[in-house]
Design a protein. Sequence first.
Length: 255
Amino acid sequence: MKKALLFFFLALFSMFMAKAQKTYSVTSGEMIFSFSNVEFTDAFLADNPNAEVTKTNLRYTIFFHLGQYWHIDFTNNIGILTGLGMRNVGLISDEKIPETVGSEVMVDHKIIRRVYTLGVPLSLKIGSFKNHIYFFGGGEYELAFQYKQKYWKSHSRSGSKTKENEWFASQTPTFLPSVFGGVQLPGGINIKFKYYLTDFLNHNYSRTSSGGNFEVGDLTRYKTSQVFYFSLSWQFNTAYITKREWQTGTEVAYR
């Protein structure tokens, strides 16, 4: 699936570049409202019948999201975009998990996990570019390069906090493929929905407990950790490569 998606992106990009009429770049920021679906495995629940994921929480982030994207227009109505974007993606879960290995006593935990990623999207866009309104949809590959986990022994962010950071960690897949779609509105604002095609966490990642304590960072208890989000983005035309306009033949900057 991943190789087929990557091949499709490369083939589509090569074909469209040959027909490009005008090209320009924009810088983009993003506000992300992410949701998740987190479930324990049947085996974990069999050993710990009182354990549960009580809920998953909306996660709102604005830092640090930055993208530089290149738009390739073939006419006023059809084009593609690609580029490079960095974003902060993750999930929040409230869980009841054992206090110690094998214990029937369950302890409330609020657990936040996130990664910083570098992503390369490829998207088809259709609409009226002169009026700055169009629909877009495509896919993206993201490299997860910095992982952070923190948790509290409560369902609120009160009390002591335990946290860890790791570069190129094994707790998530190295690459996170996704599909997305949205609408670009006048004024540089766009609304997007993105769905990740793989689980956010690496469910094969295990960690040995010490002193009989249950290891919160052990991810083998999960069977599902799906992430999807809505985002509100804004774009600024910071640079352009002028092409001869197909109607007037004049050199123009497209914003």
